[in-house]
Design a protein around this ligand. Structure first.
Ligand code: AP5
Ligand code: MG
Length: 219
């Protein structure tokens, strides 16, 4: 199953991708995570991306297209993948169509997670993740079962993203409206787009996505 999760910063793309990954045993392809790894490594891509990400702008299309093209060619994507954070521009959406077509692949569903933007800043500012395995948490909405201990790996170190501050979040939202929301009609036209209410509780959003995917398998 090849899936794409769409939605503004804080909509829950990463949260739901982790649930889908566990359910279908397919990898999450998060361009944000890939870029953060490149920044941490100090690679050429990371050095270029660092200030762009901290400003809430987008890394150039050609670099992102090469990154995803290389990633979907890897063996673990043969049975499917979950795109999270790519495409983010019309040029990226068109390049994705071409790269999937070249590999005789296609997207099965595009899940658009709709949210009330007033709540997004709170969601993003409260977010943190496990340093060892990357599992995501929230100060209020998704706490570990035992305080200070990761549910998934038992790790005790957590970190917060540098771009998760009020000023950068507002810039990221603006970038989303200017450059990413315009790609939604690209997927509406051929019936692949399904909408879920991203303001429900995390598990309810997950159940709604699962129900839509199960229905589409019966189509
Ligand atoms: P990226 O890492 O993709 O960030 P983003 O799009 O801003 O999205 P987020 O990761 O902030 O939100 P999310 O939807 O994953 O929310 P989450 O599930 O964590 O990109 C970062 C940067 O990299 C970009 O700004 C750009 O510079 C660059 N970049 C990346 N891809 C690029 C591309 N293709 N082209 C160019 N540049 C690119 O949830 C947020 C919090 O809310 C969590 O704490 C979670 O626990 C909580 N939460 C989730 N769902 C719910 C719910 N239903 N109820 C209550 N709380 C919830
Ligand atoms: Mg994310």
């Amino acid at each position: 199953m090849n899936l794409l999760l769409l939605g503004p910063p804080g909509a829950g793309k990463g949260t739901q991708a982790q649930r889908l990954m566990a359910r279908f045993d397919i990898p999450q392809l998060s361009t944000g995570d890939m870029l953060r790894a490149a920044v941490a490594e100090g690679s050429a891509l990371g050095q270029l991306a660092k200030s762009i990400m901290e400003a809430g702008d987008l890394v150039p299309d050609d670099l992102m297209i090469d990154l995803i093209s290389e990633r979907i060619s890897q063996a673990d994507c043969a049975n499917g993948f979950i795109l999270d954070g790519f495409p983010r521009t019309t040029a990226q959406a068109e390049a994705l169509d071409t790269m999937l077509g070249d590999r005789t692949m296609s997207l099965d569903k595009v899940v658009s997670i709709s949210v009330d933007e007033d709540g997004l800043v709170e969601r993003i500012i409260g977010r943190y993740s496990c340093v060892d395995c990357g599992a995501g948490y929230h100060d209020t909405f998704q706490q570990p079962k035992s305080e200070g201990i990761c549910d998934q790996c038992g790790g005790k170190k957590f970190s917060r993203r540098k771009d998760d501050n009020r000023e950068t979040v507002l810039s990221r939202l603006n970038t989303y409206h200017q450059q990413t929301a315009p790609i939604i009609p690209h997927y509406e036209a051929d019936g692949r787009l399904v909408q879920v209410d991203g303001m429900a509780e995390i598990s309810a959003v997950g159940d709604a996505i699962m129900a839509l995917l199960e229905n589409s398998r019966d189509d």
